[in-house]
Design a protein. Structure first.
Length: 135
């Protein structure tokens, strides 16, 4: 007698679970087991891609669950990474006047460089907190 090892049900992110429920792919029936097995067998990014495919073709799809199960194996595996883009100080370019107020004398220039100002823009900033280069 062969022993079969089953994977535990996958942890499905809340947004993907909601999407699968809204599309009728997960509906609380016994047929959910097949969907959960497929998600456990394939990468979660494939499940997300398959759900997105079903959502795009939902109007013309007569069997969302079947389409999902077909598409999950066809989807590429997406690399995991930060969901939001990495931001730097340059993305929040404060005016030089604000940098002069926020940082001590002699330090605000380094902060201005980190915020993406050029050395020329920093040199052109007037002594009283003006920001002619960025205006």
């Amino acid at each position: 007698m062969k022993s079969v090892i089953h994977k535990p049900p996958p942890e499905i992110p809340g947004d993907l679970r909601r999407q699968l429920e809204e599309l009728g792919i997960l509906d609380g029936s016994a047929r959910d087991a097949g969907v959960l097995r497929a998600i456990a067998a394939w990468d979660i990014s494939r499940a997300q891609g398959a759900a997105a495919h079903v959502e795009r073709s939902f109007e013309s799809c007569s069997d969302p669950r079947g389409l999902f199960l077909y598409q999950i194996r066809k989807q590429p595996v997406e690399k995991s990474g930060p969901i939001q883009p990495v931001r730097t100080a340059a993305d929040f370019k404060l005016p030089i006047a604000a940098l002069k107020q926020r940082y001590p004398p002699g330090v605000w220039q380094e902060a201005a460089l980190a915020y993406g100002y050029s050395k020329e823009e920093i040199a052109n900033a007037d002594e009283y907190g003006g920001n002619h280069a960025a205006e």
